[in-house]
Ligand binder design. Structure first.
Ligand code: NAD
Ligand code: WQD
Length: 338
């Protein structure tokens, strides 16, 4: 029996790992991707890992008429909506592009759900909706603060749009998963993150520096109010995060009543930038060229999740360590340069 799940952005970093875990759990992912930030070979790699070729519908999920047409032959049980642009800095330079793609595609997915009768939605949200929280760890009840970037605001707005759709009485069961900082790669080193150009995020910058693609990593400030002065984040292995999506879709399929809910996906532990650098050096037995520089404007000092709600509702808990994530990230990077 087939059990189709529509995965928008399924060729991307988190989407591809989620397709692997969906297949491992008996689901049949249907990838919708326009490859604006991913590569076609990723779809074949999913098959290499799992033995099963996911269906690929190449196109823009913001085009609802197209989406309805190309999915009409499948009975789809749920949608995991990853497709979005995600570069925080770029979103400040091109806000309309971000609002158009991230909000437009979410509205399109809701229209698609209404048209096709698909009721289950998992939405990719972010800890960015909390801004700099007043209290740590961050619970799902922590207030949303006006996000620093247009990117962050698209996540807040999409959450509100989904909630308004639910409140209007439409049939929908939706979970917005608020990811903390996804890192690492599949242990097979067949899929991982593919940053375009100079990476903005810490771990790809570290691995590219270790690989000699970047000369030096700059630590953005060591004068924060933290133990070693560098910022604190909750780094979560992308395979753990992918598994949280499988638990989320399973939870929704089993629910009878309409619902909308928000769930943190993190480990519950905060690590500093220097912790990450030192752990990377230790587990991969190498030395990284880095120095301390200025603060990056807009950076939050400390943020990490209270991770008990996800454990209670979905029965999910992070199982992989920072050591494993940084080993997997490096294994993936080495494969990319060879
Ligand atoms: P990614 O860029 O690797 O993947 C996104 C995928 O969506 C890409 O394959 C891209 O080609 C595709 N895409 C974008 N717009 C599309 C459209 N209109 N139609 C079809 N395909 C489209 O990003 P990711 O890191 O895998 O992130 C996935 C989701 O998780 C995004 O919504 C992102 O905002 C969110 N998120 C990511 C992080 C992170 O640090 N990576 C953290 C929190 C939330
Ligand atoms: C982590 C830490 C930097 C690069 C971003 C988005 C957020 C979410 C996750 C999507 C920070 C420091 C980084 C470098 C450094 N994405 N750093 N030197 O900022 O927590 O979050 O990705 O929703 O919305 O804002 O992640 O990986 O960029 O930074 O010192 O070259 O590493 O200052 O403390 P961030 P990051």
């Amino acid at each position: 029996m087939t059990n189709f799940i529509l995965v928008t952005g399924g060729a991307g970093y988190i989407g591809s790992h989620t397709c692997v875990e969906l297949i491992n759990s008996g689901y049949d992912p249907i990838i919708v991707d326009n490859f604006s930030n991913s590569e076609r070979f990723v779809v074949d790699r999913i098959k290499e890992i799992t033995g099963k070729q996911p269906i690929l519908l190449e196109g823009d999920c913001g085009n609802v008429d197209w989406l309805i047409k190309v999915t009409k032959d499948y009975k789809i049980n749920g949608c995991i909506h990853f497709a979005a642009y995600k570069a925080v800095g770029e979103s400040a330079k091109e806000p309309l592009t971000y609002f158009e793609n991230n909000i437009g595609s979410t509205i399109s997915i809701l229209k698609w759900m209404e048209a096709t009768g698909c009721e289950n939605l998992v939405f990719s949200s972010s800890c960015t909706v909390y801004g700099q929280p007043d209290k740590l760890p961050v619970t799902e009840k922590s207030p949303k603060k006006t996000a620093e970037s247009p990117y962050g605001r698209t996540k807040q707005m999409c959450e509100d749009i989904i909630e308004d759709y639910y409140k209007s009485g439409k049939n929908i069961k939706a979970l917005a998963l608020r990811y903390f900082n996804p890192i690492g790669a599949h242990p097979s080193a067949l899929i991982g993150e593919l940053p375009l150009g100079v990476p903005n995020n810490l771990v790809p910058f570290i691995t590219q520096t270790a690989a000699g693609i970047r000369e030096k990593l700059i630590v953005f400030g060591n004068d924060y109010n933290t133990e070693d002065g560098t910022c604190i984040r909750d780094y979560i292995h992308v395979v753990d995060l992918a598994k949280a999506h499988v638990s989320a879709i399973q939870y929704l399929i089993n629910k009878k009543e309409n619902l909308v809910d928000y769930i943190n996906v993190g480990t519950g532990t905060g690590n500093s930038v220097l912790d990450v650098i030192k752990t990377f050096e230790k587990v991969n037995k190498l030395q990284l060229n880095y120095s301390i520089g200025e603060r990056r404007p807009g950076d939050v000092e400390k943020v990490y999740a209270e991770a008990s709600y996800i454990n209670k509702t979905l029965g999910w808990k992070a199982s992989k360590s920072l050591d494993e994530a940084l080993q997997d990230a490096w294994r993936w990077q080495k494969k990319l340069i060879n």
